[in-house]
Write a protein that binds this ligand. Sequence first.
Ligand SMILES: [Zn+2]
Length: 200
Amino acid sequence: MDLNSPLFDRIRVKPEHREEPREDRVRCNFPACEETGEFRAPMGRLREGQYFCFCLDHVRQYNASYNYFNGMTDDAIARFQRDDLVGHRPTWSMGVNRAGRSFREDPADPKSFSDPLGLFRARSHRARPEAKQPRYGLAASRALATLGLDDSADSATIKSRYKELVKRLHPDANGGDRSSEDKLREIIRAYNHLKSVKIA
Ligand SMILES: [Zn+2]
């Protein structure tokens, strides 16, 4: 029997059923992402040996932003992070996003990270004042961010944003195009979470 036969390749690429959610798996560290975090991504040059776990899509996005530091000297990165700590904008040009910050948003939470290039922020997402005490927990805040909202949004705003996004992303509204389906799933998950905690 020839195991290298193209026939076997064809058998192997047979579409698989979606995996059952397992509780022991590592969840992707991207806010509100339910995929398995099977890809490790280094946290940064000054955090050697520390990793985020992301799904394939999010590790790609993260790597794209992580590469931002390529070519920077350690000095420049140290300055970048120090400036970030004291809340100052770096004095030198940051390129795309002037409000660039270190990847870790909350030093107490190893899984939090900020988004220097705005790559995770495809939706219009207003910057929140840093010192403000968050109104909701992390999960709810992330769900709100997924809908492009912050914690000032009331139930009516959340509902209307949700309807608008579902309408916009639904395959039926895009001539059957299913490319926005993952996004739509993420939106629905976020909204269901907000409903379950009585915010929406
Ligand atoms: Zn993910």
